[in-house]
Ligand binder design. Sequence first.
Ligand SMILES: Cc1ncc(CN)c(N)n1
Length: 232
Amino acid sequence: MTRFTEELRSAADPIYQAIFDHPFVRGIAEGTLRKEQLIHYVKQDFEYLNAYIRIYGIAISRCEDRAIMALFNEQISFILNSETHPHQNFCCVAGVTYEEMQGYPLAPSANHYIRHMLNVAHEGALEDMIAALLPCPWTYTEIGQRLLEEVNPDESHPFYEWMHFYGDREFGITEQLRRLLDEGADSLSQARKDRLKEHFLTSCQLEYMFWDMAFALEAWPVDLPEAKEVGR
Ligand SMILES: Cc1ncc(CN)c(N)n1
């Protein structure tokens, strides 16, 4: 029998392919990204990952099972302590410090992605949240693996560390979230499964938009010079 998450992956395949072909991802492969694009990505991704941690926190509050709590807790630690490395790689190439990249307001697409996950967390159950959270690790692991295969970078490649960070990860967390979602979806009606699919596909589209936002230096239409810091 086809796994539920396999169905989700098939439905999202056109989005995955568009992400693999996106000029930002091509720019990682070719080492051609501009300094401003790397900076925009890191500023936005720092805030995105802060939100992602908070959403895992909400997910923990919905858990009955300690093993699942532990899994989400490990992921929070991973983001806090390890997922700083690919950001540091981009900062190093751009010639900026990581500290300088923190505390900026969200650009429209990053804002949209975060609001989508928060909305699902607010309205849905744990399985809805997992469906919305899953494209984050799943798309990056596939991107990393493809880039390693295609580029086979040596240490002189500017994005050697980025590619290895995501490409060497196998499908650890992706597989664990998939299993939870497959098990959770098992007993659900078709209408509920359709809803989970909608959350998953929206997050996949927003993954694409996030790359696009960084590549195009997307900003709000009206510049507010005083809005430099995120509500601190
Ligand atoms: C937007 C986004 N999506 C996914 C990942 C990989 N955790 C990330 N760092 N940023």
